[in-house]
Design a protein around this ligand. Sequence first.
Ligand code: 2BA
Length: 108
Amino acid sequence: MKLVLAIIQDRDSDAATEALTKRSIIVTRVATSGGFLHQGNTTLLMGVEDAQVKTVTDTLRETCHRRKMFMPMASGITDTAYGLHNQIEVEVGGATIFVFDIDQFAQV
Ligand code: 2BA
């Protein structure tokens, strides 16, 4: 058995959860935030059989999208010529996925 932990953007979270549930993947959603952008994201925890890991990664690939976001630049740097005063562009998503081996699973 594996524990799949996936960090996704909040706006993909409903579509990803629905698609995973339809494919019989049991999901726990945790509200988290990224250390770089300091913005909310969602972490999904999924305990699955080894053979289901591919279903999870395929589903997240289909439902989670990469997007461009903006964050404040370090003070003193500006790019007003393009109207991007004190902003830099960062590409975020689709899903950052970690897969762990599970020694034991119990519901008591
Ligand atoms: P954040 O830490 O807020 O990072 C948001 C996006 O900012 C990242 O997108 C990446 O494009 C960029 N970024 C992060 N750290 C950077 C740095 N030191 N320099 C330049 N750009 C940087 P993603 O890679 O798609 O990551 C999305 C979110 O997934 C992250 O939000 C974080 O919450 C999580 N994450 C990504 N990699 C992780 C890792 N190795 N361990 C734990 N969490 C991770």
